[in-house]
Design a protein around this ligand. Structure first.
Ligand SMILES: Nc1ncnc2c1ncn2[C@@H]1O[C@H](COP(=O)(O)OP(=O)(O)OP(=O)(O)O)[C@@H](O)[C@H]1O
Length: 445
């Protein structure tokens, strides 16, 4: 039973569906307000918005779409979380709604117990508790909305495709998705498809039977089987050979696979999460990736923004990695100098978070003071400035040389040398003093 009489808003035009949801929710202790059309719901919600713990909304309504209701309600202060109920063909729309902020969706027909579990997870108090725990991936709004999306995806079993530049944190996101999912006590198995030779990848993922090929002396369980009911994370999926892509497609469509050399199908219990730094959505097979497989993998998509687009995370990550590196060494470092932080903010971070972590670890090893300086984080800039003179120095050296020549030609006579150089005597004298060319008393002749 619910700790308090929680309030739910139901937007459903089908009297049979709405009636059975209402009856079950009331039995479970929810207080339900039922609206039969979108317009009716918008008016009704405005009056009680703050008091509602959750809204369950059908995507297809007789007057306006559930999406329009959601967009209108989202503008109301203290709007309640939305969970959508959709037909099978409306999954794309439901995913779009989740990306826009809906907490969850369920496809009809659904089992009532699963529905109750999901509304309990999506209701307002649960969200508030999540916030209190704070964010894990970073401080920027961009990464926090990624994290919010992962929380919404975590309750589903559909494949997730994580895209983003190299080193941006795709695997970290996949691990977080696993940890916050109901599968968290099961294994998380990570496979880097680019790191395993193409000819071995199939038997590494699907396993093989004894005698399947020369050297296969025993049955070998692949990653798909070792992941059990947990998460199978396939990194660099864009590098998967075409022959294996066909098998992946079958795995997703049929929910089972064959070990190499095996005859009986093995059921896949794990959720598939994939990642790539490539744009696999390019049409016409230009990427060498099957379009049909792409759509199967990208049912729930999420993109990790590059570090240069989330500057607020830079200082946060610097501190995190510094703390970590210092705790593993015996150096005493108090933090980053303001100049080092400024340099970090201006850097484009082509290697993203991985580059930042490596730079911090190297800086801790190199630093000779208690404060990390720009040259500790970016030693290559220090090397460049040592070998490459600033413009002002080059200009000074050229002026000095020309003044020396003029003085030589005029036998050290300032007035004549100034004439040759087309500057005033005073200016020449000042420059000679600055360049250390003045010896003995000044000659005005
Ligand atoms: N939000 C984060 N908090 C702490 N560490 C992070 C975060 N994001 C990434 N990292 C660290 O940065 C490094 C790279 O992260 P990760 O392997 O997840 O990136 P990736 O996008 O999967 O990279 P690749 O494209 O090379 O596979 C790892 O050491 C990881 O621990």
């Amino acid at each position: 039973m619910l700790p308090e009489r929680a309030r739910i808003g139901l937007i459903e035009d089908d009297p049979v569906m709405g009636g059975s949801i209402l009856q079950r929710l009331e039995l479970e202790g929810w207080h339900v307000t039922w609206w039969h059309s979108g317009g009716e719901a918008i008016n009704g919600i405005s009056a009680v918005s703050g008091a509602l713990d959750l809204i369950v909304c059908d995507v297809r309504l007789p007057d306006i779409s559930g999406e329009l209701v959601f967009n209108a309600v989202a503008k109301i202060p203290n709007a309640p979380p939305f969970m959508f109920v959709t037909g099978f063909g409306e999954v794309d729309q439901a995913v779009r709604l989740m990306r826009a902020g809906a907490v969850d969706f369920m496809t009809k027909p659904f089992a009532m117990d699963e529905f109750l579990r999901r509304i309990e997870a999506g209701r307002r108090t649960t969200n508030a508790e999540l916030r209190l725990k704070g964010y894990f991936l970073g401080e920027s709004r961009a990464i926090q909305s990624v994290e919010d999306l992962l929380h919404r995806y975590a309750r589903h079993d559909m494949p997730v495709l994580i895209t983003g530049e190299t080193g941006a944190g795709k695997e970290v996101a996949a691990r977080l998705l696993h940890q916050i999912s109901p599968r968290s006590s099961e294994p998380f198995v990570s496979v880097n498809c680019a790191a395993i030779p193409a000819e071995l990848l199939e038997s590494e993922i699907f396993g093989h039977e004894k005698g399947a090929f020369t050297g296969a002396q025993r049955r070998h369980l692949g990653y798909a089987e070792r992941a059990g009911k947990g998460t199978l994370f396939l990194d660099e999926i864009g590098d998967m050979p075409l022959s294996l892509q066909a098998k992946m497609l079958r795995l997703i469509e049929e929910g089972s696979f064959h070990r190499v050399g095996g005859e009986a199908p093995v059921a896949l219990g794990a959720r598939i999460v994939t990642a790539t730094h490539r744009d696999l959505a390019v049409r016409g097979g230009a990427t060498g990736f099957r379009e049909d497989l792409y759509f199967r993998l990208a049912v729930l998509p999420v993109t990790i923004p590059p570090l240069r687009e989330r500057l607020e995370d830079i200082a946060w990550l610097l501190d995190r990695f510094l703390e970590n590196a210092v705790s593993r060494s015996d150096v005493r470092i108090r933090g980053f100098s303001a100049l080092a932080e400024e340099a970090a903010l201006a850097h484009p971070w082509p290697g993203n978070v991985r580059e930042l972590r490596n730079r911090v670890e190297r800086a801790v090893a190199l630093s000779t003071s208690e404060w990390i300086m720009p040259c500790d984080l970016f030693p290559e800039h220090a090397a460049v400035s040592a070998s490459f003179a600033p413009l002002a120095d080059v200009r000074d050296a050229a002026e000095r040389r020309q003044i020396e020549r003029a003085l030589e030609q005029t036998g050290g006579q300032i007035a004549k040398a100034a004439g040759l150089l087309a500057i005033s005597r005073t200016t020449l004298w000042e420059k000679m003093t600055r360049f250390g060319l003045v010896e003995g008393p000044r000659s005005e002749s």
